[in-house]
Design a protein around this ligand. Structure first.
Ligand code: NAD
Length: 267
């Protein structure tokens, strides 16, 4: 799995073809979409037009929360087929359960169906997103198939040390969503801009480098060509111990907090 990919949440379908096309041209090989983002078709069109061999690409999409009821096996299989159809692909690289929705009590049913999908070879890997420690432990009780990935909110203001340690123990890759803190306050904090100035890099590049140092897979989102390229250009420098200490301290500082929904409640 590439360590850095493009996330396309909030990119309208009619813009996705251009945005994903720009990223593929810039050298991205991993794209993170979801049924809920409504842009699987535009993403698929960009992939088809790019000329990049399918074997070089890593395409992730996610099963959305069906409202007001729980998933059953047939519904999951239909949703998977529908995503593949919109993407114009016959195989996914990674299929994720988007949210655990503990109040629906259906993620074990979904996971058993994901086991079937993985066994069929139509998804090279299956995983989860927004799973809490107790959700991962429930999965481990019923299934020998370890999620390849848990995609979670993670950035210097919400570093999730405990969950990362659990992933390392269980053999699950940590993938960070909103790795740039949604491009908001994080990128203008003095602790971040000082490290950026020291290295002659941008704040976004320094934050992405922090993730890579911690072994996190990142999927920054941008629709701006220059930023799409900037976010990939993070493999030519390293942070030193003092930089890492300054960034690591942000999570326990006054600004440290979650930006997105709490998986315990999100339905
Ligand atoms: P992000 O942290 O990637 O921030 C994106 C925003 O940061 C952009 O909209 C832009 O405003 C700004 N930005 C991007 N590059 C920049 C640069 N170089 N300089 C300055 N500003 C820059 O936020 P995100 O979109 O929330 O997360 C990334 C991806 O994670 C999403 O697109 C999606 O694929 C995934 N995601 C998944 C979940 C989930 O529940 N699994 C939830 C949210 C996001």
């Amino acid at each position: 799995m590439p360590r850095l990919g493009l996330g396309v949440w909030q990119v309208p379908d009619d813009e996705a073809e251009r945005v994903v096309g720009t990223a593929l041209e810039a050298g991205y090989r991993s794209i993170d979409t979801a049924a809920a983002y409504g842009n699987e078709e535009g993403t698929g069109r960009a992939i088809a037009r790019s000329g990049v061999p399918r074997a070089e690409l890593f395409v992730t999409t996610k099963l959305w929360n069906v409202k007001t009821r729980s998933w059953d096996r047939d519904g999951v299989l239909r949703a998977f087929d529908a995503s593949l159809g919109r993407l114009g692909l016959d195989r996914l690289d990674l299929y994720l359960i988007h949210w655990p929705r503990p109040m629906r009590d259906d993620f074990l049913t979904i996971w058993r169906t994901f086991e079937e999908i993985a066994a069929s070879g139509r998804a090279r890997a299956v995983g989860v997103s927004n799973f809490r420690p107790q959700d991962l432990e429930r999965l481990a009780e019923v299934s020998a198939l370890v999620p390849a990935v848990n995609q979670i909110e993670l950035h210097p203001l919400f570093p999730q040390a405990e969950l990362r340690a659990l992933h390392a123990r269980l053999g699950i890759a940590t993938e960070a969503w909103s790795p740039l803190g949604q491009g908001k306050e994080l990128l203008s904090l003095p602790a971040v801009t000082a490290v950026a100035a020291k290295h002659g890099r941008t704040a976004a590049q320094v934050v992405l480098r922090w993730h890579l140092h911690h072994g996190t897979v990142v999927i920054p989102k941008s629709v701006t060509p220059a930023r799409i390229r900037e976010n990939l250009d993070v493999f030519g420098f390293e942070l030193d111990a003092a930089d890492l200490a300054a960034l690591d301290a942000l999570g326990s500082g006054p600004k440290g907090r979650r930006l997105g929904p709490d998986p315990a409640e999100f339905d």
